[in-house]
Design a protein around this ligand. Structure first.
Ligand code: G3H
Ligand code: ZN
Length: 291
């Protein structure tokens, strides 16, 4: 199997993006991988700190190992939004392919210092490191009822990104260019700041990462990929599909009224719903047939 770095290099050169789809349960993984299998796409399974604490870092790695063989696909595992050195180290030690250090709450100097420390820890292990400059706000478990406004000061500042990349030595860079975690009630996020992305792209060679992919207008996604976005993170869309389908399936609560209580009978519909969302995104990102 080719390495994740290989796929990043190819995505950058050929202008497509790898999808990162987060999970906190085996059923979601199944939906994600069925989609990757149908479309012959490389895929990154993401776990935030919270998700990975629920699943277990070692359990996630064991699952990836078994499924890589079974599906015969380039399946990678990323620690998403790792906030502390200690937890990022645990993920690396457990065998994650990639770690995202989210130093967005730190000063730029502190972010650089911590990122360097993690990069040194990785050494020659081949783990891909994602750094972040700028703030991608809010929460991937929310539907916002009012229009969400991105603050100018939260966007990635080009000078900061340049300095960070030069000093921290990360492999890929997450940028804040107008998306946010979660979705607003219309289901469509505000338009991306292509002007800022273009500026970043003109100064930075690294593959760029777009967080908060859920609900982003399709044309914006396509344009962002042309401007250097090589990985797109999706969580809220798959969480919604999974949870809403389960709610519908489990709607009849009482056993006597025919309510289903057998998980392997009520879960497949939710798995298919996740698969449909992931297939839609893989096609949009252009990673179909790239495995
Ligand atoms: O890191 C994860 C993501 O950026 C997911 O964001 O839930 O808005 O798709 P999303
Ligand atoms: Zn994110």
């Amino acid at each position: 199997m080719k390495t994740l770095k290989y796929y990043f290099g190819r995505a950058k050169k050929e202008k497509w993006a790898i999808g990162q789809f987060n999970f906190s349960d085996w059923s979601q993984v199944r939906g994600i991988l069925e989609a990757a299998k149908v479309l012959k796409s490389p895929v990154i399974l993401g776990t935030s700190e919270g998700e990975s604490k629920f699943v277990g870092l070692q359990e996630a790695v064991a699952m990836r190992n078994v499924l890589r063989k079974k599906y015969n696909l380039p399946i990678f595992l990323n620690l998403d939004h790792g906030k502390s050195f200690e937890y990022v180290k645990e993920a690396i030690d457990a065998g994650y392919d990639m770690v995202h250090f989210d130093g967005s709450k730190l000063s730029l100097e502190e972010n650089i210092k911590m990122s360097k420390k993690i990069k040194n820890l990785i050494g020659w292990k081949g783990v891909v490191m994602e750094g972040e400059v700028g703030r991608i706000g809010t929460d991937a478990s929310k539907m916002y009822t009012e229009k969400f406004e991105i603050k100018e000061e939260d966007l990635t500042q080009v000078k900061d990104a340049e300095l960070y990349v030069k000093q921290a030595g990360v492999d890929v860079l997450a940028v804040s260019v107008g998306t946010f975690h979660g979705m607003d009630v219309t289901g469509v996020s505000p338009n991306l700041r292509m002007d800022r992305l273009r500026e970043i792209k003109s100064k930075i060679e690294l593959p760029l990462v777009l967080h908060g992919g859920s609900g982003t207008p399709e044309n914006d996604i396509k344009e962002a990929i042309k401007l250097g976005i090589c990985k797109i993170n999706i969580n809220t869309e798959t969480r919604l599909a999974f949870s809403n389908t389960l709610r519908k399936t489990l709607g009849v609560i009482s056993l006597s009224a025919g309510g289903e209580i057998v998980p392997y009978k009520y879960l497949p519909e939710a798995i298919h719903a996740v698969q449909a969302v992931v297939e839609k995104n893989i096609k949009l990102f252009g990673s179909e047939g790239k495995a």
